[in-house]
Write a protein that binds this ligand. Structure first.
Ligand code: CO
Length: 210
């Protein structure tokens, strides 16, 4: 007997609906993908990139991990960024965190959770860098959410320090990196206004060319 039959039933219904709305839907998608956006978001099941922006399949190239982190040694994430820029020619990279992020909460605790502690370690550094401000916030949820926003800002700069992004700018390609936060309580996105679209916005030490 097939396992998870309900998912196959839902899939068949979904595929039928798409064709009913647009006969060429799958034919067109199968022939090529030309997304304008790379979404780097949290793996949290409540933040599905396409749905929260009301986008169709084919419109977002997506990378998700716990706490939407862009480590400069993560070949998974770096490969996604390179492919998105050089092959798909995306025009926008969106780092989208979310309030109440479990990864951020875990990083603020002193509990051993295993491998995830290593993945989240840089968030502790980020906490230390903002310790005074965070410790002044009386409410726990607000402290978590402050670090959620700081994390997005940090990951936006991490993306901009990347050679693939800077090479695109040197080649005069249109490419903007954005930092957003999604509110799981009301479904709304907040733009943190941390847009980068040129190498001269990056501090000297991180630039790959003068
Ligand atoms: Co999260």
């Amino acid at each position: 007997m097939r396992k998870l039959q309900n998912l196959f039933t839902q899939n068949a219904l979904w595929a039928e609906e798409r064709v009913k709305e647009d006969k060429e839907f799958f034919t067109r998608l199968a022939s090529q993908q030309t997304p304008e956006y790379l979404w780097i978001g949290c793996a949290d099941s409540r933040v599905p990139a396409n749905q929260v922006c009301n986008m169709q399949p084919g419109e977002f190239f997506t990378h998700r991990n716990i706490a939407n982190i862009v480590h400069h040694t993560d070949i998974n994430c770096l490969s996604v960024i390179q492919y998105a820029i050089e092959v798909l020619q995306v025009k926008h990279i969106i780092i989208c965190g979310h309030y109440g992020c479990g990864g951020i909460k875990a990083a603020m605790e002193n509990k051993e959770s295993g491998l995830i502690d290593h993945w989240l370690r840089s968030l502790k550094d980020l906490y230390i860098a903002n310790k005074e401000q965070i410790d002044d916030i009386p409410n726990y949820d607000d402290r978590v959410n402050f670090l959620c926003e700081e994390n997005v800002r940090q990951q936006v700069t991490n993306v901009c320090h990347n050679s693939f992004v800077q090479n695109a700018w040197h080649d005069n390609k249109e490419l903007t990196v954005h930092g957003w936060v999604y509110d799981i309580n009301n479904g709304k996105l907040k733009d943190l206004d941390v847009c980068y679209s040129a190498a001269n916005q990056v501090p000297d030490i991180y630039r790959i060319a003068p």
